[in-house]
Every structure is written in structure tokens, then in C-alpha cells.
Design a protein around this ligand. Structure first.
Ligand code: PLP
Length: 400
């Protein structure tokens, strides 16, 4: 089988999947076995040891690969260029392991706090990589920052937490013309809204903990690629480094992803209404939401992020409030439906204070330069009834 040409809503349910040939089971069995019997040394049915290959992990990996529009065949890669890891950060770290010491990584300036920490406090020291952080929405700045040692362009779009949007086709073209591998953290948009591989990006990455799993009940990470050589390198390192996703977690993530299409419809329509509500409030000084015409990269977003052909801003909103830290705390504590918690992308609505919570590991000066202030709040809009979410936002604004 080559690329799956069915519509995304169908792919979310069936992509890369087949009914169990032995029993007819519609969902894949959870193969907990760590090892597999061999008829003679080296003679087996394709499975030796679960770190290297696991049928349940393959099922999830193939599903994600097809959602992301991978075109690799089974002969080119056993899981069609999809790879599952024990967390999003494990996926990113394994991709860094495919580089060599001395390589330069050109990264987006606004990134998930943990990615920033992995780059600045771990990989620069342990792997000998050099990192620069540049605003990738500025293509001239990107070209100026490339050196002859640049081996990876790392983009996150929309970014966490400022929701900056980068133009993936242009970045892919710049990277390709310099022989640089490009990678995109697609956690916020999900393949329902944005498929980086189809825009020429070499590697797509996800924290599957968020929208793919979708129920705040599993931690997992994913890499995907359309390039058979890169797939081979990732496959080697996934096994050689060993931070693989377990069979049970693979099953939970796969089950969650089956409803991605309908969940994203509701996340996006709810978030658009909450963004408009916040935008109309005089207690809110700025709303960062790619779906609003006031967003600095609204045009790129409208082209790049679409739900079934219709532009959408996604399910995440970041705001600044006309108050101080104490007022922001009152706002965050007053919610009754939104839970005050880290993470995002689950069915339940969450609100977060990046400066104290998810992005505390980003150095204070860097946070200030990006605008991650004490009155900045990030909302992950869930799939609850919009009327209860609107009432909850009113309640929180009134508490400031
Ligand atoms: C959460 C997150 C990650 C890290 O993923 P984990 O599964 O928590 O390791 C990476 N990128 C983004 C955008 C995230 O939101």
C-alpha cells in the first residue's frame, strides 16, 4: 500500500490498520510479550524483541504515518515512516541523536519549554550540538542564521505559548536548498489541520500526549517522515537508543486517535467562539489566536491550517490581561469548568500560566523577550458545551 488517499476523517479511524487475520479482531491485540520464539537462530516471523518491533506499536505508528500523509510503502519502512516514543521529548531527543557532534541546529525562538530545556541544558553539552534560536516567521533572519554546519532546522508552528505561525513551505524550500534536514513540531495543529510532510518538511514530530491521544491519559511522542533514508536513520536510533512507546500506551494512543477528526472540529469551533469573547473584553489586552484577523501571521495560518478546506485557528488561545500577577491568579483560580493544569489537547478544557508553569525552565530574559509575562495565560479549549465554557470565561474575567 502507498499513500492513503481516503479523507482524513476516515484515515483517523482506518489509516494503516487491518483486521487481525487470525481472529478477525477489529482493534489490534495488545502484544505485551517482550520476546518472540524463533524456529532456528535468525528464523522468525518478523518480530524478535519488543524494543525493536512490536505489533501494537506498529499499528499506532502506521496510523500516525498515514494521517500525516506519508507515502512510504511497507517495503521501504515497516511502519510507513511513523515512529512512536515514550514521550514527545524522547522523540525529539532521538532525532537529535541522528545528528553528529559539532552540528548546528537552527530552532524557532518560541518553543515548548521542555524542548527549549532539552536543547539548551542537555543536548548542547551531552551531544555537542550548537543551537541558535531565531524568529522563523522572518525568512530573512532564517537565511542569515544558516551556517555551513547547520544540519537541522527545527520549527514549531503554531508555537507554544505565543501561537506564532511559520510558513512551512518556504522554510522547507530554504532548508532543502541548503541541504539541511527540516523538522516540524506539529503538536498544536495536528494532522487534521496541517500536514508538514505534504509541504516539503522532512520530519514531523508530535507530543502524542496532547491532541493525538486526546484524553489526558497517556504520555507519548511521535516522529514521521516521507524520506526512506531518514526513516532508516530514525528506525536505527529508535532501537539503538531505546526510548520506545510501550504496547499498552500504543494501544491507548491509537484508540484516542480514532476520534481525532470529530474532536478537532469541536475544539476549533469552541476555541473560535472563546477567542471572539476574549477579544471583546476590555480586561483582555491581547488575544493571540491564529484564526483572528489581528494575528500577525493570520494569512499564513489561513493558508496552512485548514479543517476540511476551511481555515481554522486551532484549539489553543493565549491572552494577556489588564492586571498584575495577583489579578491573573484570581482569574486562573476562578475557573470552574477549565482546570488549572499543565498540558493541553485533551477533551477537557485547561488553563495554564506559562511563566510559572509550563515555561518556567525558559530563562527569564528569554521569556521577557518573547512576551511571556506574569499576566499571560494560555487556554486549551476542550470539547464541552460552548455555553458552559463561555459562562466560565465570564466568571474568570469578573474575578480579576
Ligand atoms: C508537550 C509538548 C512537547 C513535549 O511532549 P511530552 O510528551 O510532554 O514529552 C513538545 N512540544 C509541544 C508543542 C508540546 O506541547
Amino acid at each position: 500500500m502507498t499513500a492513503d488517499h481516503s479523507h482524513l476523517g476516515t484515515r483517523a479511524v482506518h489509516g494503516g490498520q487491518h483486521v487481525c487475520p487470525t481472529t478477525g479482531a477489529v482493534m489490534p491485540p495488545v502484544y505485551l510479550s517482550s520476546t518472540y520464539a524463533q524456529a532456528s537462530p535468525g528464523v522468525h516471523q518478523g518480530y524478535e524483541y519488543t524494543r525493536s518491533h512490536n505489533p501494537t506499536r506498529y499499528a499506532f505508528e502506521r496510523a500516525v504515518a498515514r494521517m500525516e500523509g506519508s507515502t512510504l510503502t511497507e517495503a521501504q519502512d515497516a511502519s510507513f515512516g511513523g515512529f512512536a516514543f515514550s514521550s514527545g521529548l524522547a522523540a525529539t531527543a532521538t532525532l537529535l541523536d541522528t545528528l553528529k557532534s559539532g552540528d548546528h541546529v537552527l530552532a524557532m525562538d518560541d518553543l515548548y519549554g521542555g524542548t527549549h530545556r532539552l536543547f539548551r541544558q542537555v543536548a548542547d553539552r551531552s551531544r555537542g550540538l550548537e543551537f541558535s534560536f531565531v524568529d522563523l516567521t522572518d525568512l530573512d533572519a532564517v537565511k542569515a542564521a544558516i551556517t555551513d554546519r547547520t544540519a537541522l532546522l527545527w520549527v514549531e508552528t503554531p508555537t507554544n505559548p505565543m501561537l506564532k505561525v511559520s510558513d512551512l513551505s518556504s522554510l522547507a524550500e530554504i532548508a532543502r536548498s541548503h541541504g539541511i534536514m527540516s523538522a516540524c513540531d506539529n503538536t498544536f495543529a495536528t494532522p487534521m489541520l496541517q500536514r508538514p510532510l505534504e509541504l516539503g518538511i522532512d520530519v514531523v514530530m508530535h507530543s502524542g500526549t496532547k491532541y493525538l491521544g486526546g484524553h489526558s491519559d497517556v504520555v507519548c511522542g511521535v516522529l514521521g517522515t516521507n524520506d526512506a533514508d531518514i526513516a532508516q536513520r530514525i528506525r536505527f536510533h529508535q532501537n539503538a537508543v531505546g526510548s520506545v512507546l510501550g504496547p499498552m500506551d500504543s494501544y491507548i494512543a491509537l484508540r484516542g486517535m480514532k476520534t481525532l477528526a470529530i474532536r478537532m472540529e469541536r475544539h476549533c469551533s469552541n476555541a473560535a467562539m472563546i477567542a471572539a469573547q476574549l477579544d471583546a473584553s476590555d480586561k483582555v489586552t491581547a488575544v493571540f489566536y491564529p484564526g483572528l484577523p489581528s494575528h500577525p501571521q493570520h494569512e499564513v495560518a489561513a493558508r496552512q491550517m485548514q479543517l476540511d478546506g476551511i481555515p481554522t485557528g486551532g484549539g489553543m488561545i493565549t491572552i494577556t490581561l489588564d492586571t498584575d500577577l495577583a489579578g491573573c491568579r484570581r482569574f486562573l483560580e476562578a475557573f470552574e469548568v477549565f482546570a488549572l493544569a499543565e498540558s493541553l489537547g485533551g477533551v477537557e478544557s485547561l488553563v495554564n500560566h506559562p511563566a510559572i508553569m509550563t515555561h518556567a525552565s525558559v530563562p527569564a530574559a528569554h521569556r521577557a523577550a518573547l512576551g511571556i509575562t506574569d499576566t499571560l495565560a494560555r487556554l486549551s479549549v476542550g470539547i464541552e458545551d460552548i455555553r458552559d465554557l463561555q459562562a466560565d470565561v465570564e466568571r474568570a474575567l469578573a474575578a480579576i
